[in-house]
Design a protein around this ligand. Sequence first.
Ligand SMILES: Cc1cc2nc3c(=O)[nH]c(=O)nc-3n(C[C@H](O)[C@H](O)[C@H](O)COP(=O)(O)OP(=O)(O)OC[C@H]3O[C@@H](n4cnc5c(N)ncnc54)[C@H](O)[C@@H]3O)c2cc1C
Length: 107
Amino acid sequence: MTRHECGGVFVFIGADADTGWVPAEIARDKNSYVLTGDDVVKARRWSDDRDPFLLESSMPGIFACGDVRLSPIKRVAAAVGEGSMAIAFVHQYLAHADAKDQRQARR
Ligand SMILES: Cc1cc2nc3c(=O)[nH]c(=O)nc-3n(C[C@H](O)[C@H](O)[C@H](O)COP(=O)(O)OP(=O)(O)OC[C@H]3O[C@@H](n4cnc5c(N)ncnc54)[C@H](O)[C@@H]3O)c2cc1C
């Protein structure tokens, strides 16, 4: 046992990512946090011909936000902000997919 002089203690509990149910196609790090954006590319798990959106997982069109996403920011404000960003990315994803379908139909 060791003793440390300190003015206070911050107990940080309950921060595990419970992603055991997530399919293997969605890349996670060794601590089970979902990779998104550049982290997916760095892990060589991105397969589409465009770059992933900031909050897009390794499965195109599936987005992750908040604490479950690999990110150093674990705060309420970040989770809420990312939630609204994710919706904007969904709209961009659908517009991109629509344009791609139309290009393929013209061929
Ligand atoms: C001890 C502690 C203190 C903190 N203090 C602060 C603070 O002072 N200020 C601050 O800004 N942030 C604080 N945080 C961080 C903040 O709580 C998180 O950043 C924020 O709650 C993340 O929101 P979220 O929606 O991403 O995840 P969560 O709030 O964890 O919400 C995820 C929800 O999904 C549910 N869920 C999980 N798996 C499934 C499933 N398979 N099916 C259905 N539902 C599921 C969970 O039960 C949970 O309700 C603290 C965190 C901890 C642990």
